[in-house]
Design a protein around this ligand. Structure first.
Ligand code: NCD
Ligand code: ZN
Length: 354
């Protein structure tokens, strides 16, 4: 197959940040995707519908004029979130979910949740209003090994919450382990997961290839090969409760190449192309559209997109970096080849393959 045309995809887990960096990254996503679930972990976080409305306006202002892109906003759950905010969020029409960060689990999560029981009233209201809960499923217990944090969190924390709120729609974000995949497969139709391209393409060896590789450091951290294989298999299986969420998470080169570097991999510049590589390697390009453009929309109760994109099997080279302000970001595959190229993005015309 030399080219493939699919319904324009949606990205159900995306960080676009704010300010100059936002203006750099939003066009990359808007060219490839019709919609994206926007993560709320700004500083300060997006904790209310009003803050989400303002953030949405800033994102829309960064969308190129010839692109059509809808940011799907989320709220950042805290132990102080009033239960009454959920009705407001639902009524807004632009807030599509609430994100649960265990406090300290990842970038800008310190305002997150220490004790989820403090949020039970909010979860009750979300269940009533059918507003999905998006979970960063990793324990913050320092006694638990970094590579085991997803499996332990699912057992100890998430499974009891799901039992308590059986009708709440829950998305395990960026699932990275066999245990995570199994949990979703065994769960009810209310429980789904997003899968990133980088967790399908790389295992933890990529963190140490020839030296320490800060641009491959993200959270959840890359896992062993058997886990990589399990999530790539889940993504390409056609199972309706696994769908695309890039977790594209740009940080400046300065913040990444540091003694204590930030977690996050930037993939928005080549997102759908990288997923096409995953599906191609497993001989499953025929399942790409369902994963990228159907399962997520169906789970969120959104209409599927009406437009199409076409990907061609034509290798191109990713730039070494992208500039913003006085810094740069180093993208995934910097300086290396990507095997698929977009020939008709939903939005801006292709410039030097980007
Ligand atoms: C994300 C970020 O930088 O905001 N980092 C990451 O490694 N994925 C946060 C997150 O999604 O965990
Ligand atoms: Zn994320």
């Amino acid at each position: 197959m030399q080219s493939i045309t699919i319904t324009t995809p949606d990205d159900f887990h995306l960080h676009v940040r704010d300010g100059e960096l936002m203006r750099l990254v939003v066009p990359h996503t808007a060219r490839r995707f019709a919609r994206a679930i926007i993560m709320p972990n700004l500083v300060p976080p997006i904790v209310s519908t009003e803050l989400a409305r303002q953030y949405r306006d800033r994102i829309l202002a960064a969308v190129p004029s010839d692109a059509s892109f809808e940011p799907l906003m989320t709220l950042y759950l805290t132990e102080q979130t009033p239960a009454a905010e959920i009705a407001v969020a639902k009524a807004s029409g632009f807030v599509h979910a609430v994100k649960w960060y265990p406090a300290g689990a990842t970038t800008n999560s310190h305002h997150g949740v220490q004790n989820i029981e403090k949020c039970f009233e909010v979860l009750e209201s979300m269940q009533q209003h059918d507003l999905p809960l998006l979970v960063h499923p990793e324990t913050t217990d320092p006694a638990v090994d970094t590579f085991d944090r997803e499996a332990v969190f699912i057992d100890r924390v998430l499974a009891p919450v799901i039992r308590r709120f059986p009708n709440l729609r829950v998305v395990l974000e960026h699932v990275t382990t066999q245990q995570g995949v199994q949990f979703v497969q065994d769960a009810s139709s209310r429980v789904a997961a997003t899968i990133t391209a980088h967790h399908c393409l790389l295992n933890r060896v990529a963190l140490f290839e020839g030296g320490l590789r800060p641009h491959h450091y993200c959270l959840p951290i890359l896992k062993r090969e058997e886990h990589r294989a399990a999530i790539a298999q889940a993504a390409t299986s056609g199972h309706p409760r696994f769908f695309l969420g890039t977790d594209s998470a740009p940080h400046s080169r300065t913040a990444k190449e540091a003694a204590c570097g930030c977690a996050g991999i930037y993939t928005a510049h080549a997102a759908i192309e990288l997923y096409a590589e995953v599906f191609d390697r497993l001989g499953a390009l025929d399942k790409l559209e369902a994963f990228s453009s159907c399962h997520g929309a169906d789970f969120y109760g959104l209409p599927r997109n009406k437009t199409k994109i076409t990907l061609e099997r034509t290798p191109w080279q990713v730039p070494e970096s992208f500039s913003f302000g006085t810094d740069t970001i180093v993208p995934f595959r910097a300086g290396g080849p990507v095997n698929f190229q977009m020939v008709n993005g939903s939005a801006i015309p292709s410039k030097a393959g980007i």
